[in-house]
Structure formats: structure tokens, C-alpha cells
Ligand binder design. Structure first.
Ligand SMILES: [Zn+2]
Length: 434
């Protein structure tokens, strides 16, 4: 018999509109009904959230989860120096299955507290990460990273590609994990590797995650090397289509934007990472006005430095206002839609991102009783402009209660944090040696 939950919420945003005083009925993994008023039907587990605001769980479309192990390790540096001097060397020396086992679940704990129900990750040893996603009960697109100079998982390009194939085959039918491939970027992947990765994505019908035009430097590198801008380069290789999740995409020419629109490429906007690494401001409002699919991602915690998705959405909204000098740009409700339904669209998930009959029961609940959220005139405004991850008190994903009253049910938060603290000693040693 499938599990039944009745969730009563003081306020609900279903993906389109805000209502007051609503009960959401859940059966198994799906929402079966959304009814006005307080209903307590027989045979249902009842969750009372009257002083709360329920909304579709967030969809974080770009992160490198296990980088929680490098949070605060190297800050205040330009992207290329940060990557080449700190991140890539530490990754090659230290990232192994044990590292993933330590820091991937730490990210999951943080994401659950933040109300993230679905996320897209680009990293290594995704076969290991996948087991944690299942244990946590979240939904994740896990892209195994591939890169010319080798990854911590596999050195040679052919070895990397055969690992990805095996990983996809093993998880293609999984309930929680959507396996994928993640060629790092056009400046770290040869046209041949980009193309071979694309062939795998097409063959298995899985997402293709890539960093595109994060900085002006990167655009210059590609221009020098190939005589064209990054998106034109990718188009000419033949690796653009609706399955592409293009992270950052800060510096696109008008022609490149048109290509993204025409090829239905989805953008993952990472405002805090872009601010911290001074990469620039992606013209998100322009992308939206043009009809390009957009979503929001936290990026890894080495460049953010947290997975607080509310904080990320607030940054997205405020940054567009500054960029366009227009306070009406990216209003609260649109920002919330981009962080939920927008993310689901970019990841190709049809029944995610709304709280409606037939949709996956993925619901986050904001506690409105904290001092930073009193009084309530509009809970959507509070969520985007006043709240933080600390105010998320309950998370349901695929009809399963993952966190209730701030307590995570599926993972041992204390043990995960303690293990991460112990492991960080090893990382300090490696950095000091270097
Ligand atoms: Zn990234």
C-alpha cells in the first residue's frame, strides 16, 4: 500500500499562483489533489503547517556537491588562478571515493536544509554519489565530469568515457538518479572529447552538462584557439540541443543568444559564484525576454560558499535589478518560478516544479514564525527577499518526508558533519605541502 500524506499549509504557491489555507494530498510519489481549506482524511498521515508557506522544492541546476570539502580553502582569486593553482591540484591529489563519501553527504545535508529537492551535479565518482542520493531520498542529475588532462577518477580520456558509459548503464532506470555526462568546458575539453561526450549523451538520451562562457578570459582563449566564440564553436562541433545545461553563460554575443534559443539550450545562472570570482553578470532578464530556458544554480561551495538556494535566488533577483537599473526586473514570483519550474524545464523533468495533481510530490515548507519573517503580507516576497535556508523547516521529495520540523530523517547529520571535520585535516596538510 502506498503511503498517503495530507499536508495542510497556511499559504501555498503551486507554481502559478499563491493561495491561502490549502491541503495538499499526496499518494505514493505524487500529488493527487490540492484542496481549499483544512482537510484531514482517514488513512492519511497529517502534517500541520498552518504558520507556514509551502512551495515547490527548489531545483538547483548547477553544483559540484563534494566541493563542500574545499569550502573557504582559497578565496578572493581570479577564476583561472583559483582553478589552476588550488582547485585542480587539490582535486587530483585528494578527491577519491573516500572524499566523495565524506563531502557529498555533507552537501546533501545542506541542500535538504535549504529546501532543494532536485539538483544537477558535475563531479567525479558519481557511482558513489548516486548511492548517497538514493539514501537521502532526493532527485539528482549526476554528470560524471570528463576533461582532457584527466580526472581524479580516471586519467585517460578513453577510460573516462568508458566509466561514464558504465555509470549511465547502471543508473539509467533509477528512481532518484538521472545519470549524465559533464564535459568540463570548451577550454578544458578538446573538440574530439566534446563530440564523443555528445555521442554518449545522444545514445543514452541523458543530459549534457557543461560550463560555457563563464569569464571574458575564457572567451578570449577560445577565440585565439579556434577563431570563434565559444557557443559558435560548440554549435560547429554539433554539441548543442535541449539536453544541454549550460552553466554560467555570462558572456554571450547576440548571435550566441540566438543560437541558445534556437537550439533550446538551458542556462544555469550562478549569480553568487559569478560575483565572487568577478566573472561578470549574465543578462538573465534578456535571456528570459528572448525565450531562452533559464534556471538557477549555486555552483560548488568553493566559489559560493554555501548551498543556500534562497540566498542564491535573492542574488539573482537583486543582481538583475542592478544590472538593468530597473527595480521591476526579476520580481519575487518570477524568481521563484525560475528556481523551481525553470530548473525542471532546463533538466527536462516534466512532472517536477509545481504542486499540482499528477506532479511529483516535491514540496518545501518555509516557517513564517521567525523574527525575520514577521509580519506576513506576501510569503513569496519573504521567501525571496527576507528568508534564508535556516527558515526551511520541512522538505518532501517524491512523496517522502526528508526533513520535518528542521530534523533530517534520511541521513545522520551529526555523523556526517563530524566525519567532514576530521577529514579536513588531511586537506590542510596537502595545501600546506603545495
Ligand atoms: Zn561549476
Amino acid at each position: 500500500m502506498s503511503r498517503k500524506i495530507a499536508l495542510y499549509a497556511g499559504y501555498l504557491f503551486d507554481g502559478e499562483k499563491l493561495s491561502k489555507d490549502v491541503t495538499v494530498l499526496i499518494e505514493g510519489e505524487k500529488v493527487t489533489k490540492v484542496e481549499k481549506g483544512f482537510i484531514e482524511p482517514d488513512g492519511y498521515e497529517f502534517i500541520d503547517k498552518r504558520e507556514h508557506f509551502a512551495f515547490p522544492a527548489f531545483v538547483d541546476t548547477h553544483t559540484h556537491s563534494a566541493m563542500t570539502g574545499m569550502r573557504g580553502l582559497a578565496d578572493d582569486l581570479p577564476l583561472m588562478e583559483w582553478l589552476n593553482k588550488y582547485i585542480f591540484p587539490v582535486e587530483l591529489k585528494l578527491v577519491d571515493r573516500d572524499f566523495i563519501n565524506t563531502f557529498f553527504p555533507l552537501a546533501l545535508v545542506e541542500m535538504i536544509h535549504s529546501g532543494i529537492g532536485t539538483f544537477a551535479d558535475m563531479y567525479f565518482f558519481q557511482d558513489k554519489a548516486a548511492l548517497w542520493v538514493k539514501k537521502a531520498g532526493l532527485r539528482a542529475v549526476l554528470a560524471e565530469g570528463v576533461i582532457d588532462f584527466g580526472t581524479p577518477n580516471k586519467k585517460g580520456v578513453e577510460e573516462q568515457l568508458s566509466f561514464v558509459k558504465e555509470f549511465i548503464e547502471n543508473f539509467k532506470k533509477d528512481d532518484n538518479v538521472i545519470p549524465a555526462i559533464g564535459p568540463h568546458a570548451p577550454y578544458t575539453c578538446s573538440p574530439d572529447l566534446l563530440k564523443k561526450s555528445w555521442e554518449i549523451a545522444e545514445k543514452y538520451d541523458v543530459p549534457y552538462l557543461i560550463h560555457v562562457s563563464e569569464t571574458e578570459d575564457e572567451v578570449e582563449i577560445i577565440l585565439k584557439k579556434y577563431g570563434k566564440r565559444p557557443v559558435i564553436h560548440l554549435k560547429d562541433i554539433g554539441v548543442l540541443g535541449p539536453r544541454v545545461v549550460s552553466a554560467h553563460s555570462v558572456h554571450l554575443s547576440d548571435e550566441e543568444m540566438e543560437i541558445f534559443k534556437e537550439k533550446e539550450v538551458g542556462v544555469s545562472h550562478n549569480p553568487q559564484s559569478n560575483m565572487k570570482l568577478a566573472s561578470g553578470i549574465a543578462p538573465l532578464k534578456k535571456y528570459i525576454d528572448m525565450g531562452i530556458k533559464v534556471s538557477v544554480g549555486t555552483d560548488g561551495t568553493a566559489s559560493n560558499n554555501n548551498l543556500d538556494f534562497i540566498d542564491e535566488l535573492r542574488s539573482a533577483s537583486l543582481l538583475q535589478k542592478v544590472f538593468t537599473k530597473d527595480p521591476t526586473a526579476l520580481p519575487a514570483e518570477l524568481t521563484l518560478k525560475i528556481g523551481t519550474k525553470g530548473g525542471a524545464e532546463v533538466l527536462g523533468l516534466r512532472d517536477v516544479g509545481e504542486i499540482k495533481a499528477g506532479f511529483s510530490a516535491d514540496i518545501a515548507v518555509l516557517n513564517l514564525s521567525s523574527s525575520n519573517l514577521v509580519p506576513v503580507y506576501n510569503p513569496v516576497s519573504h521567501l525571496i527577499y527576507a528568508a534564508s535556508a535556516q527558515n526551511i523547516d520541512t522538505l518532501i521529495v517524491k512523496g517522502k518526508v526528508i526533513m520535518e520540523d528542521f530534523e533530517i530523517k534520511t541521513l545522520d547529520e551529526y555523523a556526517i558533519k563530524e566525519k567532514a571535520k576530521r577529514y579536513s585535516q588531511k586537506i590542510k596538510e596537502v595545501v600546506n605541502e603545495g
